[in-house]
Design a protein around this ligand. Structure first.
Ligand code: NAI
Ligand SMILES: O=C(O)C1=N[C@H](C(=O)O)C[C@H](O)C1
Length: 250
């Protein structure tokens, strides 16, 4: 059987270089292009790439996806920076190319996906919930895409359950001291040398707390999710947001 032809965008980056190795090591995949900043996107067409793994920067991702979708190249996207406006623009592009699929995964690691699921399930049962994400200091954005998504899922679960607003009597705080407000959920970002990608969801009720913590200790934690996305996106047209849609989670 012929191998699935895959390109990596952001191939010299922290996660992109790991993805290059993972695609090269997969027997059913063939790495046909490994592009860095300034490289020609036409290479994707010339090399017959069917899937592009997009691991660049929030500033580059939209242009790259625009090219991929217009050329019918499926994409598996880990890059952060997603807003409602960007998603709407991407959906508009996909409407013009109905056989093309794009997976955007805020996090490719199974533990992070489960953290989001568990936090969503637990959130209505506690009065208070806050998210703390902790990353290496070279990360360009804050809060992380994972933390933003986690907070959105928590907020939606609480709204569905009719939860009351969170208790918070703090009236005097230095700007930023209570974190960013994502749909009513405080999100705090730590940048610390020695860390990679970590997240805690802190939940509090009367007389008890629950902490859900996930640690990515190496970029290899993201590779099974990326490879799963690559294999599945070729038969999943349209926009898929979140790796959980490709996992059999109950
Ligand atoms: N969804 C997930 O599971 C994960 C997502 N990420 C996200 O992936 C992105 C990249 O993260 P890192 O690898 O840590 O950053 P990085 O800065 O190490 O790598 C980004 C690379 O993309 C290159 N680049 C920039 N514009 C480009 C373009 N137009 N075409 C090709 N290459 C281009 C840069 O030169 C750089 O080598 C970030 O948004 C990060 O948050 C990172 C880890 C896991
Ligand atoms: O920049 C990173 O490193 C990571 N980015 C993603 C995010 O912003 O959620 C995923 C993971 O946290 C690693």
């Amino acid at each position: 059987m012929s191998k699935l032809r895959v390109a990596v965008l952001g191939a010299k980056g922290r996660i992109g270089s790991e993805a290059v190795r993972a695609v090269e090591a997969a027997e059913d995949l063939e790495l046909v292009a490994a592009l860095g900043s300034g490289d020609r996107l036409e290479t994707l067409v010339e090399t017959g790439a069917r899937v592009a793994v997009e691991l660049t920067t929030p500033a580059s991702v939209m242009g790259n996806l625009d090219f991929c979708v217009r050329h019918g190249i499926h994409a598996v996207v880990g890059t952060t920076g997603w807003t409602e406006e960007r998603l709407a623009h991407l959906k508009g592009l996909l409407d013009q190319s109905p056989e093309t699929g794009v997976l955007i995964a805020p996090n490719f690691s199974i533990g992070a996906v489960l953290t989001m699921k568990f936090a969503e399930a637990a959130a209505p049962y506690f009065e208070s919930v806050e998210v703390v994400e902790l990353h290496h200091p070279n990360k360009v954005d804050a809060p992380s895409g994972t933390a933003t998504r986690t907070a959105q899922l928590i907020a939606a679960a609480r709204e569905r359950a009719g939860s009351a607003p969170q208790p918070d009597a703090t009236v005097t705080a230095l700007d930023g001291a209570r974190g960013a407000n994502v749909d009513g959920v405080p999100v705090h970002a730590v940048r610390l040398r020695g860390l990679l990608a970590h997240q805690e969801v802190l939940l509090g009720g009367e007389g008890e707390t629950l902490t859900i913590r996930h640690d990515s200790l190496h970029h290899s934690s993201f590779m099974p999710g990326i490879l799963l996305g690559v294999r599945r996106i070729v038969t999943t047209p349209g926009l898929t947001f979140g790796l959980e849609h490709f996992l059999d989670l109950k």
